[in-house]
Design a protein around this ligand. Structure first.
Ligand SMILES: [Zn+2]
Length: 343
């Protein structure tokens, strides 16, 4: 089991609550049980022929290749720095959320790419494998052969990797093993389909995970969207009243004051669309003592969101507004990607 000292370093809110509440010492005990259970599972030796077959079928597919992360979506320096800080921790769970096509997997690859080093044993379980990464063991889920996210995860925990990327947490079993993995000293990266970051913890509760396990393992959730970037060749300024931004749901300080925005006029470079390239819109929720306690109490989503905002989280549309004001995209584009769920 993971040393308590490590927990104190990586999950400071647990220690905090241990000292102040009655239910968390029990939580601590249960955490211990979950941890030893995971170790028990991991301790079962795999029969050699099974292991070899496993290797032949799932690992020998030449999944090592060139590292190609084009259009790294983590362009926001601040968000990127915070994610790097979070994922430097030796254990815990870091989640990306958003609809299909929001760049969740690319973000997870970017994190892996940053964390990849000779000393670290990194395993991914994916469906499908979207990029091939040097120095990382990537496993393709194969349902026909009985290899689901859950049993691939369980099997590969025996190799005691440092970092595990689980393509998607689709079911309770996968979520439970991911939790056990992060409780036993692994950093787990995964994705969920939710609209915003605070909803991720609610989704995990809905899946049937015990809230105390969520609060003890999740270190951060990044909600994201991909939008189109204004064409740098033909973007031109236009003036609107601040009140114009209100109809996009943005709060404005001085409705009568004008603000300069940018939109592409359309040119050959952008095939007359006005857009060229992509931008990411992000919402990063970092776990802290307050949020952890709200999760354990099964507090309403609005309370969790308020606590996340108090802890420095910028909502998707706030991040979008910054990008509109910086001239990198248009209000319409931000609203399109934020409010079109596209699940
Ligand atoms: Zn253009």
């Amino acid at each position: 089991m993971l040393a308590k000292r490590t927990y104190e370093r990586t999950h400071p809110w647990i220690t905090f609550d241990l000292q102040t509440t009655k239910f968390l010492p029990r939580t601590w005990m249960l955490l211990g049980e979950a941890a030893s259970k995971a170790h028990h599972i991991a301790g079962v030796p795999l029969a050699p022929q099974t292991a070899e077959r496993f290797h032949r079928i799932f690992l020998a597919k030449g999944v090592r290749g060139t590292t190609a992360i084009e259009g790294n979506t983590l362009t926001e320096d601040q968000v990127q720095a915070q994610i790097e800080e979070l994922t430097r921790q030796p254990n815990g769970m870091f989640l990306s959320t958003g609809p299909t096509g929001a760049g969740k997997t690319t973000t997870q690859y970017s994190v892996l790419h940053k964390l990849n080093s000779i000393e670290r044993n990194i395993i991914t379980i994916e469906d499908p494998i979207e990029y091939q990464l040097n120095g990382i063991s990537q496993v393709q889920v194969n349902r026909k052969a009985g290899l689901s996210f859950a049993n691939a995860l369980r099997s590969f925990l025996r190799q005691d990797p440092d970092i595990i990327m689980v393509g998607e947490m689709r079911d309770l079993e996968t979520a439970e093993i991911s939790v056990e993995a992060s409780l036993t000293g692994h950093l787990v990266l995964s994705t969920l389909h939710t609209n915003d970051a605070p909803s991720a913890v609610a989704r995990m509760t809905d899946m049937g995970l015990e809230p105390y396990l969520i609060s003890a393992t999740v270190i951060g959730v990044l909600a994201q969207r991909l939008g189109r970037r204004n064409c740098s060749h033909c973007a031109e300024p236009y003036e609107v009243k601040q009140s114009e931004l209100r109809r996009f749901g943005f709060e404005v300080t001085d409705p009568e004051a004008t603000v300069t925005l940018y939109r592409g006029r359309g040119c050959e470079d952008c095939r007359f669309t006005g857009f060229r390239g992509r931008i990411g819109v992000y919402e990063l929720m970092r776990m802290n003592a307050e949020i952890a306690e709200l999760v354990v109490r099964r507090a309403p989503l609005a309370d969790i969101k308020a606590a996340a905002k108090a802890n420095g989280m910028h909502e998707l549309r706030e991040d979008g507004l910054l990008k509109i004001l910086a001239g990198t995209t248009t209000p319409e584009e931000v609203m399109r990607v934020i409010f079109t769920a596209g699940f």
